[in-house]
Design a binder for this molecule. Sequence first.
Ligand SMILES: [Ca+2]
Ligand SMILES: [Ca+2]
Ligand SMILES: [Ca+2]
Ligand SMILES: [Ca+2]
Length: 453
Amino acid sequence: MLTRKLLTFSAVLGTVLAVGLTAQAQEAKTITRSEDPVIMEGKLFPELMGKKIEKLRLFAFLQGEFKPIPFQVDEKLPDGSYALPNLAPGVREGKDVITNDEDQGLLDENDDLIFLVKDIGDRVVRSLWKEGYDKGLEIIVTDPLTGGKGYAYLLHFETPPPPSEVDYVKIHHEKDRSTIETPNYTLAGPDGEFYYDYLSIIGGDGKKGSDLLDRMEKIRAKAKVRLVRIGFRFGFDVVTKTIVIARKDGPVRVISRSKGAMDFKLIKIKGGGYSESYFYFNHFSRPIVLELPVSLNTFLSSFDLYGACDFTKETYGSKVYDPVNTRGTLLDGKMSEAEKALITDVDHDWVVGTSPDVGTIFQRLFFPPEWLKHVKRGSYILDDETINDEPEDNPGQVRVGYYFGNFVKCLLKGRHVYYEYYYFPEKFKWGEQDKILNIIDNPVKTEAGTGIE
Ligand SMILES: [Ca+2]
Ligand SMILES: [Ca+2]
Ligand SMILES: [Ca+2]
Ligand SMILES: [Ca+2]
């Protein structure tokens, strides 16, 4: 009896001691998502309105410690576009880019807070938040499918402690080329061009491998001129020229804004407006903006179009899957029976190529609804080392993407925008595609509040 009492007493004492030594989370992190970015508008943080952004810090409670985590605030102008502080050489502030928000660095309703779900942590009571802050909020991120939650703390300090030292995305420029460097991928391309020609991704050994990319992407058509029935070939990636005008290089993402134009040698079409690419640790996204001064069907009868990445032989051994072709086809430079028998007439918005050694490229494609009345995003693989579609940096085709059919009815006079996402998840296996699809299809929910006592 006495022994049991003593044991109980020591167990209680042990718990008390443990609480004294390391702070206890109130609720452990239960959200299991690893790939999602989180974007929250400033209006969700009323207590911090008008505070200097440089005096904000974001924290997570992880393994019993309140630690700074990587974040950035991307300020938006009153018209909703981002202020981009780094102008490209020779570019002046004006219609296409403004470097500072009108409030000169204060948090306002439309500024965006950006961080990653993988960095957030457990829930912790207010008394355990970092000392020295004067205003602060608790952020709750919820997976709408599982109800799993994670927490972060956005605090304002008169004298802020050091921020996280992690910088997930770096961009550098040398010898007429730009390179994006993240833990998961390195992506590069020549200045002035719309396409990328270098990609290395994180493989099964946790290291980045060799160059997988001939060209991202080849967007090419066989067109026929009305009445005269003359055919010609059109390479969107060949005639489109882009110029970077400004960037913002933060620890969580890089925003890069460029202006485009099409150069047909005889006719030059200047693009109105601009487009922006967003680079994160595990993916990048970009809208493709088309400004057509005239509807193509006024002079073309057909515009038979495909859009695909052309890879290098380094991708051999990878398997390609999409929602329609779920058995996987092998990339090896030869058209197999399975590749020849691919189901190509079902519209879908993603395709993945993966191998345990090489790594994973997961692509999504979103078209405007008015295009989808006329075309399908059908499966398309041309895996043939004997065929070329110039220009070729790496002879042969390892083309994976979409075949659209006759695009002529889609390309009407005016402005068209579609979106591409490329994800490079680490240690991905076929069967885990929801990890990537849910980022956009079932996005995490966010809220901010005063926290718990
Ligand atoms: Ca603003
Ligand atoms: Ca602002
Ligand atoms: Ca093959
Ligand atoms: Ca090639």
